[in-house]
Design a protein around this ligand. Structure first.
Ligand SMILES: NC(=O)c1ccc[n+]([C@@H]2O[C@H](COP(=O)([O-])OP(=O)(O)OC[C@H]3O[C@@H](n4cnc5c(N)ncnc54)[C@H](OP(=O)(O)O)[C@@H]3O)[C@@H](O)[C@H]2O)c1
Length: 295
């Protein structure tokens, strides 16, 4: 049996949907909202739900729950590792962060979790997910209105570019790894993915100039990219309603993009996907259409 955690979230939901389409696979949904009927209650902050919820699970697709302070995330992820070991889970697939993100502040809980899982009695596959296409999509959508008025797209990216990946592509990879693992276990083999760490960075690198070019086409007027300093970004984020830890992580992300350290890394994405990766530029262009139409 495969259990997927975080199924009300974007990635967990797509993984569950993909696995549910397979014939002959027993797949169970895990969510904090589970009541034991259509989904099991899986709350990393409530270890008793894990002890019960992981019963009978062979393959655990462990979607990170990273929206909290580091000490909270470490406690959550440690509880998952403990409960998976106690319940006799045979294989854990963890959605981590791409190696290029090593300097980002969110890398710490991911690398800690990878190391913690490696000490477990189960086999492990690490899916080091790249940054989602949601990032440039969000920046483009936020910037489209001001760009329509001023002809300027402003963002704290410097001349850096981010190799982004569609959540759907990451889900497709997770589905493949989980399904193949379950089949290998059913045939009494270790998973062919046991002990593997896959880098799943995107193949489309997007920077400020790229977003400005997409906005130029969408808005039908020239749009220039202008970078924003980190200190101005910090001031802007302070009034945004984000939690303080989110401000720290967001600045760290922009700092890494500006430093240009996210680009130019190898990826296993194309090898593991059955089709070409979904193009980021098209997703951005599509997302800004409603704003362009209204301006
Ligand atoms: N690569 C990237 O660019 C990127 C960007 C943002 C986040 N992430 C990481 O990737 C993860 C998945 O991304 P996503 O887009 O699916 O995020 P999402 O839509 O925000 O979903 C995250 C899910 O995590 C689950 N969760 C939160 N707290 C939990 C807890 N205490 N116990 C159990 N589950 C908990 C929730 O699922 P239920 O409500 O069903 O329990 C939540 O819906 C995030 O949680 C974050 O760690 C990656």
């Amino acid at each position: 049996m495969i259990l997927v955690t975080g199924v009300s979230g974007g990635l967990g939901g797509l993984i569950l949907e993909g696995l549910s389409a397979f014939d002959g696979l027993e797949v169970v949904a895990g969510t904090r909202a589970g009541d034991g009927t259509t989904a099991r209650r899986i709350d990393f902050d409530a270890p008793a739900t894990l002890a019960e919820g992981f019963q009978g699970v062979d393959v655990l697709v462990f979607v990170s729950a990273g929206f909290a302070e580091d000490d909270v995330v470490l406690a959550r992820h440690g509880a998952v590792a403990d409960a998976a070991a106690a319940a006799g889970v045979r294989h854990v697939i963890y959605t981590s962060l791409a190696g290029s993100g090593d300097f980002m502040s969110i890398a710490l809980p991911h690398r800690w979790t990878e190391a913690r899982l490696a000490k477990g009695p189960f086999d492990v596959t690490i899916l080091r997910n790249g940054l989602y296409t949601d990032l440039p999509v969000g920046l483009a959508v936020m910037g489209a209105g001001p760009a329509a008025d001023s002809g300027v797209f402003a963002a704290p990216l410097g001349s850096g570019r981010v190799p982004v990946v569609a959540k759907e592509d990451l889900a497709d990879v997770a589905v493949r790894i989980a399904a193949e693992t379950e089949r290998d276990l059913a045939a009494d083999h270790r998973s062919r993915h046991a002990g593997k760490t896959y880098e799943l960075e995107g193949v489309s690198a997007i920077g400020g100039d790229d977003i400005a070019a997409i906005l130029t086409t969408a808005l039908g007027r020239p749009v220039d990219y202008q970078t924003v300093s980190l200190s101005d970004t910090r001031a802007l984020l302070a009034g945004s309603g984000l939690e303080p830890y989110q401000i720290g992580h967001t600045l760290s992300l922009f700092s890494n993009i500006k430093a240009g350290v996210l680009e130019g890394h190898d990826t296993d994405l194309t090898t593991l996907l059955a089709a070409d990766p979904r193009p980021a530029r098209e997703a951005i262009a599509q997302a800004v259409q409603p704003v362009a139409a209204a301006s």
